[in-house]
Design a protein around this ligand. Structure first.
Ligand code: ADP
Length: 295
């Protein structure tokens, strides 16, 4: 459905934000997981036709996205990382305005569309309220409503759950899941659980490169039997980091618990644990950091 080939982008300051990124993104929810600075926003903005890559191509079905941006824009909805709204305008009036800008010029049609979208994102009851009074979660749901104007085939959401409380976050993810049943949704995030809970497919991106792509469950299965845990003293951490492939350190009820990747039990005191997506993710990040250091 969405086919990204060999995208590269170096900013004027010399930062290589994308280094030959290729991805095949089918229908459904796709998670783009990576740490801050990995290149996610650069990739999202490039797909949304807001900036050009230095090289590479993007196809949405039969459409050459970079060659025909107006056509691409008609088929995509975008919720940017920083989504600004006029705080003094009501949700209903603002959405009406966005619909107008997107070419829904017929008044009755626009009224129906705005009402339907506000219902879909569960903001119809508060449609008269000023956007400035909305919570973070409400604002993000409003952002989704505007992204859905024009029935896009592709919806791009950039780090949408950062800053939401757990309940708002869950509500927002449920909404995305519903939308993902009909269209391609790309969710960029640095929060592993967003992907675990929601995405049929995912990619891990670090330092401008795709490190891994696949179904979350499959990537987890590949680590089966190779993740070991142990509670350690915090002061011993450097020792373990030096000696073993430490995936992560977590604070569990006041104890420092490390996860180590190894084909066999690293030493007495370690127990085997079922791997999860965090293990996959941290393993890839460590690998990326090690390759960068070696280069
Ligand atoms: P992410 O969304 O994963 O945090 P970004 O795409 O925002 O990553 O950034 C990737 C890298 O490119 C970072 O090192 C960032 O500082 C740099 N970068 C992003 N935008 C610009 C820009 N407009 N000019 C220069 N450097 C940029």
């Amino acid at each position: 459905m969405l086919s990204i080939r060999d995208l590269s982008k170096t900013y004027a300051n010399g930062v290589e934000a994308l280094k030959g990124v290729s991805l095949e993104i089918p229908n459904g929810m796709f998670g783009l997981l990576g740490p801050n600075g990995a290149g996610k926003s650069t990739l999202m903005r490039t797909i949304a036709t807001l900036q050009d890559p230095d090289t590479g191509s993007i196809r949405l079905g039969d459409l050459d996205v970079l060659a025909d941006k107006p056509a691409a824009r008609r088929q995509l909805g975008y919720l940017p990382q920083e989504f600004g709204v006029y705080p003094k305008v009501s949700a209903e009036a603002m959405l009406d305005h966005f619909a107008m800008l997107k070419g829904v010029t017929q008044r009755g049609e626009r009224r129906d569309l705005v009402a339907a979208l506000l219902k879909q994102v569960n903001l119809h009851d508060v449609r008269k309220r000023k956007l400035g009074t909305f919570s973070g979660g409400m604002r993000q749901r409003f952002g989704i409503a505007q992204a859905l104007i024009g029935a896009p085939k592709l919806v791009i959401v950039d780090e949408p759950t950062a800053g939401l409380d757990p309940e708002e976050r869950q509500r927002f993810l449920n909404l995305l899941a519903e939308i993902g049943e009909q269209v391609v949704v790309i969710l960029s995030t640095h929060i592993v659980e967003d992907v675990t809970e929601l995405c049929q497919r995912m990619a891990i991106i670090a330092q401008g490169q795709v490190r891994l792509t696949g179904e979350p469950r499959e990537t987890i299965r590949a680590l089966e039997g190779r993740v070991w845990r142990r509670a350690v003293d915090k002061t011993a951490l450097p020792h373990y980091r030096e000696k073993m492939n430490v995936l992560s350190t977590r604070l569990v009820a006041g104890h420092t618990v490390i996860h180590v990747l190894a084909d066999a039990k690293p030493e007495d005191g370690f127990t085997s644990v079922p791997p999860d997506l965090e293990d996959v993710y941290f393993g890839q990040l460590r690998h990326a950091a090690a390759t960068a250091k070696a280069a």
